[in-house]
Design a protein around this ligand. Structure first.
Ligand SMILES: Cc1ncc(C[n+]2csc(CCOP(=O)(O)OP(=O)(O)O)c2C)c(N)n1
Length: 584
């Protein structure tokens, strides 16, 4: 039967079908649902690791043990896991392993739009890129085959569109996963212990392997030439291939399913059979540069942008500007921004009603401290009217940067702020660094007992596993105390006066300190508190409550009103109202 599946669902299904039994990941949009789905299949073990490097090591370990494995990550997660990924290319594995990584062109939910195809070249590992969900399913199995045939981890690249869009997949509810002979881990230090003497022996093997993979790329059906009108030849992969097919229905195509290493002979043959050759690829000129280096005349980034996400209409507009096609009136009209869309109000993301982060940021703003922030829902503290964050880089950077800022002999009061999931991901090492290197940073851990931003995944501080089993809950306050932190307070960010006093005390202290701002995520809490309302007679319309940036607070002509449908009853606005106009 056919089933509508997202690319994330399909690759998880494909991994299950091909006998993958161990999966590890850390959540990250757009890849999160790969592991969430894989975890639902019978007979598999799947975990949320504290971060992507740990996830990578876990999957590598499983493959060493002779069990097929999968890792999934968003693009920047591969930065975190890169050290491990690179050694795995050197050691090889023992059973197949696929690394599904999802790029985010257009930065729908990321801090950058790096092109992870570069990792394949950099690490010297093969990379596949599906163009729809059926391919996502199939490429999981082919990835495992390649991994075992060439003794290498195989990257499967997604982008937001291939991860999140749905298309039909051949599906059987009773499908039985493939069986395979599990081999015991060979005790072979020359292969698995990467000291320089042994690693030197491995490097030529990797170079040889990538040459063999390039030969494989020439014959695998993953890459195919689809001859149409020979006046224009297009090389494309992934979702961009689908867009290009839509825009140029009659052109000739070289559709790449294996995006590294490239099938050079096939490219030469294709180039020779078309009059003009173009490459359509999002982000970096990854194919274009390699094809240009082969001495083949090709155009790519001269026509299409290096920045942002593509769409059929963007490809059409760029191609028309380059004289490759003519747009009809309807297409021209569709390319113009619609007045209706322009008239829509801008709705930036904001913290949810009842979010504890709001109380914390209100205290921080009122205290006027510099806030070295991090990545999570709480990054929204940067937005007006809270305006209470002054730096965010990547996960876990808050504490180290704040520590360095302190060592830079600043006179300004400053704090580091990061979430509980981020703390377990990349906060442990810098928080040790502050202590070890005699820093004075106050670190605030916004503990909402979940990974809020990516959709409420468990982490070591929630007491539950990905497969919904109860487990040890690592207590953040006890953990930092055991490291040697003496000044540690746990405070509810709903209690803003108390929080402000504790903050003042911590900032006045010379010693490094930790404040755990503990308040479960409002979307998980199911608090069932009655909504508040504003007595219009008492409201002086001063706007103090609006500075909390809480969406149920609506400005009327001469007073503020609370929308009872949205209000969570948290009482933060009641605490800041100077007129006592807000009541239960
Ligand atoms: C290296 C990396 N991995 C994953 C992500 C995706 N991501 C962004 S924020 C976040 C965690 C947020 O959880 P938490 O720190 O608990 O804060 P909350 O959103 O709950 O406030 C994740 C997983 C990322 N941006 N970078």
């Amino acid at each position: 039967m056919k089933k509508l599946m997202t690319g994330n669902e399909a690759v998880a299904y494909g991994a299950y079908l091909s006998g993958v039994k161990v999966g590890a990941a850390y959540p990250g949009t757009p890849s999160t649902q790969i592991m969430e789905n894989f975890a639902t299949y019978p007979g598999v073990f799947a975990e949320w690791a504290p971060n992507e490097k740990v996830a990578m090591d876990v999957a590598i370990g499983a493959a060493y043990a002779g069990t097929r494995s999968i890792v999934s990550t968003k693009h920047v997660g591969l930065n975190v896991a890169a050290d491990s990924f690179f050694y795995a290319v050197y050691t090889g594995l023992n059973a197949g392993m696929i690394v599904c990584c999802a790029d985010d062109p257009g930065m729908h939910s990321s801090q950058n739009e790096q092109d992870n195809r570069n990792y394949a070249k950099f690490a010297k590992a093969p990379m596949l890129e599906p163009a729809d969900s059926e391919e996502a399913k199939q490429f999981a199995g082919i990835g495992i085959e390649i991994s075992e045939a060439f003794d290498t981890p195989v990257l499967i690249r997604f982008v937001t569109r291939t991860s999140h869009s749905s298309s039909l997949v051949d599906y059987s509810p009773d499908a039985v996963p493939a069986t395979y002979e599990s081999k015991p881990f060979p005790r072979n230090p020359a292969k698995y212990v990467m000291v320089p003497a042994f690693a030197r022996g491995r490097h030529p093997i990797i170079e040889e392997k990538i040459k063999k993979l390039a030969e494989y790329a020439e014959t695998t059906p993953l890459n195919r030439i689809e001859m149409g009108d020979p006046s224009l030849g297009i090389i494309a992969a992934g979702s961009v291939y689908q867009y290009a097919r839509e825009v140029f229905p009659h052109a000739s195509f070289l559709k790449l399913g294996m995006v590294y290493p490239l099938p050079k002979k096939m490219i030469e043959k294709f180039a020779a059979s078309v009059k003009e050759l173009i490459v359509i690829e999002e982000l970096d000129p990854f194919f274009e540069e390699q094809i240009t280096c082969m001495g083949i005349k090709v155009r790519g980034k001269e026509i299409f942008p290096m920045i942002g996400e593509f769409s059929p209409s963007l490809i059409r507009r760029c191609a028309a500007a380059a004289g490759l096609l003519e747009m009809n009136e309807e297409e021209k009209a569709a390319a113009e921004p619609s007045p209706e869309a322009a008239a829509l109000p801008i709705r930036p993301p904001i913290l949810c009603p009842g979010c504890g982060h709001r109380g914390m940021f209100n205290v921080l703003r009122e205290a006027g401290v510099l806030v070295f922030g991090d990545i999570g829902c709480y990054t929204l503290g940067v937005a007006p009217p809270l305006n209470a964050m002054h730096f965010t880089g990547c996960m876990g950077a808050s504490i180290g940067v704040a520590h360095g800022f302190g060592k830079g002999k600043t006179k300004e009061p400053y704090v580091a702020v990061l979430g509980d999931s981020t703390f377990f991901h990349a906060g442990l090492h810098p928080i040790v660094d502050v202590l070890y290197n005699k820093g004075a940073t106050t670190t605030i851990i916004a503990d909402n007992r979940t990974t809020g931003m990516t959709g409420h995944q468990h982490h070591p501080g929630t007491g539950m596993t990905l497969q919904n089993e109860e487990t040890v809950r690592v207590d953040i306050a006890e953990l930092v105390k055991s490291m040697g932190y003496k000044k540690v307070d746990v405070v509810d960010p709903y209690e803003m006066d108390k929080f402000a006093k504790i903050l003042k005390d911590h900032l006045a202290s010379e010693e490094p300190s930790v404040i755990v701002a503990l308040r479960p995520c409002a979307l998980k809490e199911k608090a069932n508190r009655p909504p508040l309302h504003i007595d219009a007679e008492l409201c002086s319309n001063c706007g103090t409550c609006l500075d909390l940036g809480c969406s149920p607070l609506v400005q009327e002509e001469d007073h503020v009103r609370i929308d009872p449908v949205l209000c969570n009853g948290c009482g933060l606005c009641q605490q800041v109202c100077p007129m006592d106009a807000i009541q239960k």
